[in-house]
Design a protein around this ligand. Structure first.
Ligand code: AMP
Length: 295
């Protein structure tokens, strides 16, 4: 395993890989502080691809003013050890000025999927995400790139991005990995106090109640959102930012959930810590590995 800090080096390694061998490159973009969620992506990349490249880059452009960019957990030593165990070929861990050249002034904006939900709560967030992913795709030129369903809107943004800009990379989305309590793994869980940690499984519990209500025939988006809200409201430490029911392909707000894939998503604060989670309803098609099949 080689750790690469320079964009030029990453670019030349990737170019060489593509020239010398007719082999596939898999990219797993992360912000580090790795956990089981990230590792599930790495595992699948290892299974599917000849060369696995994991990027560790806390991208300043996707954090708003007053967000946790400075305090975001960083532990490159531990991450490197973990990725060594997973037989990763390269870690690309550049400093911000390697990714954004001086006077960099170009952004990528995925209009229509970036403004609502997380985009409304975090203006500019998806512009930062789309811009850094475009740069990483251009540097690495991966055949496959791996993302988690945990960040549902991000998966939609990146799929639209590669389609619209004809990026020659296939996007693979893998299911959300959860602790036994149901709490989705997240680097931000490190911020939770012990009391918050005990309270935070309320999110998935509430989403699961909505899933059961849906299975029993509930088709009102408002009712499903109310079920989720009411369940979380029983947890006094939780402060709901939004609970939303949307078309899982377009993010259109829904009233009645007829025969279409539905995304139920939420953002909830525990003190200063902001957690997101979601479930997909009526999306039965999954691949052999549990990877969601591209619609
Ligand atoms: P991050 O480091 O938070 O930017 O996440 C890097 C990638 O890991 C993104 O594609 C996330 O969606 C994915 N990811 C984060 N948490 C989880 C999880 N609990 N289960 C599956 N994927 C996850």
């Amino acid at each position: 395993m080689e750790i690469i800090n320079r964009t030029q080096r990453m670019r030349s390694v990737s170019r060489k890989l593509r020239r010398e061998q007719d082999k596939t490159i898999g990219l797993v973009p992360t912000m580090g502080a790795l956990h089981e969620g990230h590792l599930s992506l790495v595992r699948e990349a290892r299974r599917m691809c000849d060369t696995v490249i994991v990027t560790i880059f806390v991208n300043p452009k996707q954090f708003g003013p007053g967000e946790d960019f400075q305090n975001y957990p960083r532990d490159l030593t531990k991450d490197t050890m973990l990725l060594g165990d997973y037989n990763v070929d390269y870690i690309f861990a550049p400093a911000p000025d390697e990714i954004y050249p001086k006077n960099s002034s170009t952004h990528v904006e995925v209009a229509g999927l970036s403004e609502q939900l997380e985009g409304a709560a975090r203006p500019g967030h998806f512009r930062g995400v789309a811009t850094v992913l475009t740069i990483l795709f251009n540097v690495v030129r991966p055949d496959f790139a791996f993302f988690g369903q945990k960040d549902a809107q991000q998966t939609m943004v990146v799929r639209r991005l590669v389609r619209d800009l004809a990026v020659d990379t296939e996007i693979v989305v893998l299911p959300t990995v959860r602790e036994d309590t149901g709490l989705a793994f997240s680097s931000r869980n490190a911020y939770l106090t012990d009391d918050d940690r005990r309270a935070a499984p309320a999110l998935y519990r509430a989403l699961s109640r909505a899933e059961s209500a849906y299975a029993e025939g509930e088709r009102s988006a408002k009712k499903l959102a109310e079920i989720v809200r009411a369940d979380i409201a029983r947890e006094p430490r939780a402060e709901i930012e939004y609970v939303s029911v949307n078309d899982a392909d377009t993010l259109e707000r829904l009233d009645r959930l007829e025969d279409r894939p539905v995304l139920v998503s939420l953002a909830v604060r525990f003190g200063k810590t902001r957690l997101i989670d979601n479930i997909l309803l009526n999306r039965a098609r999954t691949g052999k590995t549990g990877a969601l099949v591209q619609p």
